[in-house]
Ligand binder design. Structure first.
Ligand code: PEP
Ligand code: MN
Length: 337
């Protein structure tokens, strides 16, 4: 439930309410807005029936959270969440672009892409060390060696790195080498994995499952927040539809829909969303125009030789050109890049 405080509520009154809520065994979370403060309460709300909070000084009203997800909902926290990544802010006015190869293939290639995307204005390096491949005969990733390459590329370029975690057993390893833990589309409903990254201190990028609704995505994010990690970035990466021209159908509706329902930042992945590098620029621009907080884009110097997702990987020069165009779109919608 949400306790909405009067605009003139004092600090002492807020403290009094927080103490009361805690004494009943519930968890209060304070959210300070420009006009007023609200306190979100999670737990067995029936416990509060004995002590109606409406009568506490400073309280304007007490309302239930109607959405099935609580902590991720805008009702619970009206102001946008800004996730801090190594000094970088995801979810603020400035857009964040994460770019790099689909998979870490070797160090030289990773470093050269890292330098190029950094020069173009990207602020996070992406690269998979553990790859979820449809076929067991496809390249499965370099594993720990790939993580070490990512950490070294970070050391040389200063770019924070994001990489996918597929297996609970690799959590510590990924935490040690990466700045953001990516949970891929195929694991969006791996609830044990979600609970575990919920206990991590690292920011998490949660990708929408290819057959998941927005509600499913938000409920999955709830698992992470419920376990204590509020540093969650959502990602729309395309869903399966009857359309066969593109690999997936990038759900542009999801951007403003999620912005309304949740305070969490949302990124868009036009590479997986389309499966074709030539479609990445128009969809990337559309995503920014629709209110996305940033993009995650696959870049490879030799897409035809890439070990995974070559057809959707942009050449570094094409990526640089796109970044220039994106700056103009960002400015047009009141954002920066
Ligand atoms: C990826 O980012 O390379 C990836 C596998 O993404 P998704 O989980 O969205 O398919
Ligand atoms: Mn990929």
């Amino acid at each position: 439930m949400i306790i909405v405080l009067k605009p003139e509520a004092t600090e002492a009154q807020i403290k009094h309410i927080v103490t009361k809520v805690k004494s009943i065994g519930l968890k209060p979370m304070i959210s300070r807005g420009i006009e007023r403060t609200i306190i979100g309460v999670i737990g067995e709300e029936d416990l509060l029936r004995v002590q109606p909070l409406e009568i506490f000084p400073g309280v304007e009203k007490v309302m239930p959270i109607l959405a099935p997800y609580k902590l991720v909902s805008r009702e619970f926290k009206p102001s946008d969440t800004v996730v801090q990544v190594d000094g970088l802010r995801v979810g603020g006015k400035r857009l964040v672009v994460m770019a790099g190869p689909c998979a870490v293939e070797n160090f030289e290639l990773l470093l050269s892409v890292a330098k190029q995307v950094k020069r173009a204005g990207a602020s996070v390096l992406r690269g998979g060390a553990f790859k979820p491949r449809t076929s067991p005969y496809s390249f499965q990733g370099l594993g720990e060696e790939g993580l070490k390459f990512l950490a070294e590329a970070k050391k040389r370029t200063g770019l924070p790195v994001i990489t996918e975690l597929m297996d609970l057993r690799d959590l510590e390893l990924v935490e040690r080498h990466a700045d953001i833990i990516q949970i891929g589309a195929r694991n969006m409903q791996n609830f044990d994995l979600l609970k575990e990254v919920g206990r991590s201190k690292k920011p998490v990028l949660l990708k929408r499952g290819m057959a998941a609704t927005v509600k499913d995505l938000l409920l999955s994010a709830e698992y992470i927040l419920q376990n204590g990690n509020f540093n969650v970035i959502l990602c729309e990466r395309g869903i399966r539809t009857f359309e066969t021209e593109t690999r997936f159908t990038l759900d542009m509706n999801a951007i403003p829909v999620i912005k309304n329902l949740s305070h969490l930042p949302i990124l868009v992945d036009p590479s997986h969303g389309t499966g074709r590098w030539g479609l990445v620029p128009p969809l990337a621009k559309a995503a920014v125009a629709a209110g996305a907080d940033g993009l995650i884009i696959e870049v490879h110097p030799k897409p035809e030789e890439a070990l995974s997702d070559g057809p959707q990987s942009m050449l570094p020069e094409k990526f640089s050109k796109l970044m220039v165009e994106l700056k103009r779109v960002a400015r047009a919608v009141g954002r920066e890049l």
